[in-house]
Design a protein around this ligand. Structure first.
Ligand code: PGA
Length: 256
């Protein structure tokens, strides 16, 4: 079986000026150039994408956006298309983050359109799913996740094909920005469930290649335990990705 390459992705959300973004990515680049065996990605706000791309230069950091519109162009005031993201240098895009789902009312149907648009262009989607605390405490975790998978990956299911480069991120809503991480066992249980779902709905080759990231209060002191689990292939990091020091410690999880 092909070994999945770990990916540590930083979701900067609506933070950092363009200057601070450039400084941060330069520091990350300078300290990861010799690093083998782990991929690194940053997802700055739209306005910093081009500047960050330039600062990345020839170093091996991937650039992702935090959102995408499903059409390529048109009368969609305030939106950014996948072709525009590519023009700015993006290779990846975060789709369906829980903040988009809850604060901006994005449904799984919308997320499905966005994933389809991204893959048509060859942008790698980092598609997020996750349950709320209420849903977890009500014993609905797996039902909620199954529904999010079915609806958010509907286009792939219709085509009976999911690009194996697709990245999924399990981000329990109760762990995002709260300092409360899922235990490695809780996360592994869900990641295994997601991989089995991919196996059932697509095929085992795809299931073994798709990377599943964990997100929600990932920090230097919990990353190694999370990464020791079989089905956890990396992390989507919010708060701790805004400082070079903590993000670099997370990237170097296997030296800890
Ligand atoms: P956090 O955010 O690491 O600050 O909890 C993770 C995310 O929202 O992607």
């Amino acid at each position: 079986m092909m070994k999945r390459r770990p990916l540590i992705a930083g979701n900067w959300k609506m933070n950092l000026s363009v200057d601070d973004s450039i400084k941060l990515v330069r520091e990350i680049a300078a300290n990861t150039d010799q690093l083998e065996g782990v991929e690194v990605l940053v997802a700055p706000p739209f306005t910093a994408l081009s500047a960050v791309k330039e600062a990345i230069g020839n170093s091996r950091i991937f650039l992702g956006a935090q959102n995408i519109h499903w059409e390529m162009s048109g009368a969609y005031t305030g939106e950014i298309s996948g072709t525009m993201l590519q023009e700015a240098g993006c290779t990846h895009v975060i789709i369906g983050h829980s903040e988009r789902r809850s604060l901006f009312k994005e449904t799984s149907e919308i997320i499905d359109f966005k994933a389809k648009a991204a893959s048509l262009l060859g942008l790698v989607p980092i598609l997020c799913i996750g349950e709320t605390l209420e849903q977890r405490e009500g014993g609905q975790t797996f039902a909620v996740l199954r529904e999010q998978l079915v609806l958010s990956l509907n286009n792939y299911r219709t085509d009976r094909m999911m690009p194996p480069s697709t990245i999924l991120a399990y981000e329990p809503v109760w762990a995002i920005g709260t300092g409360k991480t899922a235990t490695p066992l809780q996360a592994q249980e869900v990641h295994r469930f997601i991989r089995e779902w991919i196996d059932k709905n697509f095929d085992s080759g795809t299931a073994s290649q798709v990377r599943i990231l964990y997100g929600g209060s990932v920090k230097p002191d919990n990353i190694s335990d999370l990464m020791s689990k079989e089905d956890i292939d990396g992390a989507l990091v919010g708060g701790a990705s805004l400082k070079a020091d903590s993000f670099l410690q997370i990237i170097r999880f296997d030296e800890r």
